[in-house]
Design a protein around this ligand. Structure first.
Ligand code: ASP
Length: 341
């Protein structure tokens, strides 16, 4: 007989546990226990479920990096006692949170599965139950005492993705997330099918929890007509240390001398500038066109096929880890948690 697994369900907030405020009609987070009472099906699962909730559940729009630390501390404190973790959170910033947390949990060897829903769990047509039940089953899936998914992943609408490869693509459809540059880790249909080749290999190392994130970063999205003032103001933000620049196509940007000179000056000043494509899928290929050759020459960091969400987490994490200026570029360009090719 297979061993019964212990799963910790952590509720941070989000639609899944929200109810309509009778006065305003707006959705608001409410008591987590009430949420669970709406899901008697949980008793049918072949695992032991314990729960923990943020003292004050929040909409994920308020989920800043301090909450990421709270979350990794909950995982750290309970790591030895549980076989897997399911994090219930709002979907709006879930790709950011789960990406950052993948960097914060070094040598992770247990499943940490994020999920949420587009409709509250109490809604008749809710997508919450399937998302929650399958996320728990994934977190509890072990073969020969080895977890099937020993990494941070995100489950939504029949697909399990590597968290740091995801993007929220739809505010309305149940299929709210995608991972255009990496295949699903599992697909749920009549059977739960794991894509073993895509899943991170199991490791026996000791978990290291990284709790320092440096938020002195910015995202600069290019658009035709962007002014020198806009670019220069961003590059000169007080205390700025890293800038994710969302370029066109395969990493292309204007060739104007003023533009290249501004970036060059910022890089010389010690600001790390990361080139990420503003396309939803595909990769930066520095030097493929003339329009990215200059960027390559001035030492811009190649974001490769990273998502913007993941680049934000990775940048905060590497700045927090105080990686030296000499090594920052090569470390950023290396896959740390499977976030790039
Ligand atoms: N606004 C909600 C949140 O992100 C939406 C959701 O739960 O999916 O917290």
């Amino acid at each position: 007989m297979s061993k019964q697994r212990n799963i910790l369900l952590v509720y941070t907030g989000g639609t899944i546990g929200m109810m309509k405020d009778p006065k305003t009609g707006a959705l608001r987070a409410f008591n987590f226990d009430k949420l669970l009472k709406n899901i008697p099906e949980l008793n049918l699962l072949d695992c032991k479920i314990s729960t923990q909730s943020f003292a004050k559940p929040i909409d994920s729009s308020d989920m800043n990096t301090e909450y990421y630390i709270d979350l990794v501390e909950i995982i750290e404190q309970n790591y030895d006692d549980f076989d897997g973790f399911v994090v219930l959170s709002g979907s709006d910033t879930m790709a950011y949170a789960s990406s950052a947390i993948s960097f914060m949990l070094e040598n992770l060897s247990k499943p940490v599965i994020f999920t949420g829903s587009q409709l509250p769990i109490g809604d008749l047509r809710t997508d919450a139950k399937e998302n929650l039940i399958t996320a728990i089953q994934i977190a509890a899936s072990y073969i020969n005492d080895i977890p099937t998914v020993p990494e941070v992943a995100l489950y939504f609408e029949y697909q399990l993705y590597r968290a740091n490869r995801t993007t929220k693509i739809n505010a309305e459809h149940f299929e709210a997330f995608t991972s255009l540059n990496y295949p699903p880790l599992a697909t749920s249909g009549v059977h739960l099918k794991f894509n073993k080749e895509a899943i991170m290999p199991y490791n026996k190392k000791v978990l290291i929890v990284r709790k320092i994130l440096d938020t002195n970063i910015a995202i600069l999205k290019l658009f035709p007509g962007i002014t020198k003032t806009t670019i220069s103001s961003t590059l000169n933000i007080k205390n700025i240390k890293g800038i994710i620049i969302e370029t066109y196509g395969s990493g292309n940007a204007p060739t104007s001398i003023w533009f290249i000179e501004l970036l060059k000056k910022a890089i010389k000043k010690g600001i790390f500038i990361i080139n990420v494509t503003q396309c939803s899928g595909g990769s930066v290929t520095l030097g493929q066109y003339d329009t990215s050759m200059q960027l390559k020459k001035i030492g811009i960091i190649d974001g490769k096929d990273i998502t913007t969400e993941s680049a934000v987490g990775k940048c905060m994490y590497l700045l927090g880890a105080k990686i030296s200026s000499k090594d920052f570029k090569s470390v950023f360009e290396t896959s740390l948690r499977g976030e790039i090719v």
